[in-house]
Design a protein around this ligand. Structure first.
Ligand code: NDP
Length: 296
């Protein structure tokens, strides 16, 4: 393998240590530990795993974590009343509603009901709008984690051509905004690709930094990248594998082996973007508890 591994796991550990120090100092000052709540509707196994990981990470940095579990049949009205309760609970600094929600619930309506000052996922239109304008905001966790990963790995973003495959509201679209902002560690020229993009490979081969977030295992092949490109793989998939002890293997949206042989740096899956997403959520929760984005 030629590419340097971008070690999201170690960088996220470092960020968590920094957060733990801040939390300890808040407690020393007689303040409450930051408190993150999560609402989990239904029992989707992937969502269960993500929420459990978030809870564990909170506890490890000294924060308090509470999960509100609601059955899959929960009505939108019932979910909105739990949101209203958390919006008004002074003990909760921030909360998330784990996505995806069951199909009978309107996700956008749910997100709009979260108080922006407690929206530590950064999905509320007010936080998205503030991010767009460069105002203080909770940044969506995965794009913010990718920006931090690039910065802490000393990967120069300014002046580069970044190509993103995937334009979801939680990854591709906000990342395109962060990368192209007029700020020190951004200033990239961004091309945002999606399922209607024609000549996708022609565009991806122009990328200095290529981010793939489409949700298709091993979609990105070596012939789609420029030699020495930096590859950020957001995808995460569990593929059945009889040869593995667990019966499955974890892979991303890039065909790791062949892409790593041509790239200059690449994020592994697992251990790349995933841990950074959790670290960013903790960071937002700390900001919420310290009232650094919205003044009380
Ligand atoms: P979505 O399914 O919401 O969006 C996928 C995007 O990819 C869409 O914009 C879609 O285009 C585009 N797309 C799909 N197929 C193609 C194609 N063949 N060519 C070009 N574009 C295509 O995905 P998410 O953004 O939510 O997630 C993407 C992946 O990242 C998933 O594997 C998910 O599990 C993972 N993920 C990982 C996180 C982490 O922390 N590591 C966090 C969040 C997600 P169109 O808009 O036209 O439909």
């Amino acid at each position: 393998m030629k590419a340097k591994l971008i070690d999201g796991k170690s960088i996220a550990e470092l960020i968590k240590k920094e957060i733990a120090t801040e939390v300890a100092s808040m407690i020393d000052q007689g303040l409450e530990a930051p408190h993150l709540a999560a609402i989990l509707v239904g029992n989707d196994p992937a969502s269960e795993t993500y929420v459990a990981a978030k809870e564990r990470a909170c506890r490890r940095v000294g924060m308090t974590a509470t999960t509100y579990r609601m059955p899959v049949r929960t009505s939108e009205k019932e979910l909105l009343s739990t949101i209203e309760f958390l919006n008004n609970d002074p003990d909760i600094d921030g909360f998330i509603v784990q996505l995806p929600l069951p199909a009978h619930i309107d996700t956008n309506n749910v997100i709009e009901h979260i108080a922006p000052e407690k929206d530590v996922d950064g999905f509320h239109p007010r936080n998205i709008g503030r991010m767009l304008l460069g105002l203080p905001a909770y940044l969506p966790a995965t794009p913010a984690g990718i920006m931090e990963l690039l910065e802490r790995s000393d990967i120069e973003v300014q002046g580069t051509h970044c190509v993103i495959i995937g334009r979801s509201n939680i990854v591709g679209t906000p990342l395109s905004i962060l990368l192209s902002r007029k700020t020190e560690n951004a200033n990239a020229t961004v091309t945002l690709c999606h399922s209607h993009t024609t000549n996708l490979a022609e565009l991806t081969r122009q990328a200095d930094i290529l981010i793939v977030a489409i949700g298709q295992p091993e979609f990105l092949k070596a012939d789609m990248i420029k030699p020495n490109a930096v590859i950020i793989d957001v995808g995460i998939h569990r593929i059945p594998d009889a040869k593995s002890e667990k019966g499955y293997r974890i892979t991303g949206d890039a065909a790791f082996k062949e892409v790593a042989a041509k790239a200059s740096a690449i994020t592994p899956v697992p251990g790349g973007v995933g841990p950074m997403t959790i670290a960013s959520l903790l960071k937002n929760t700390l900001l919420a508890a310290q009232h650094k984005v919205y003044k009380p």
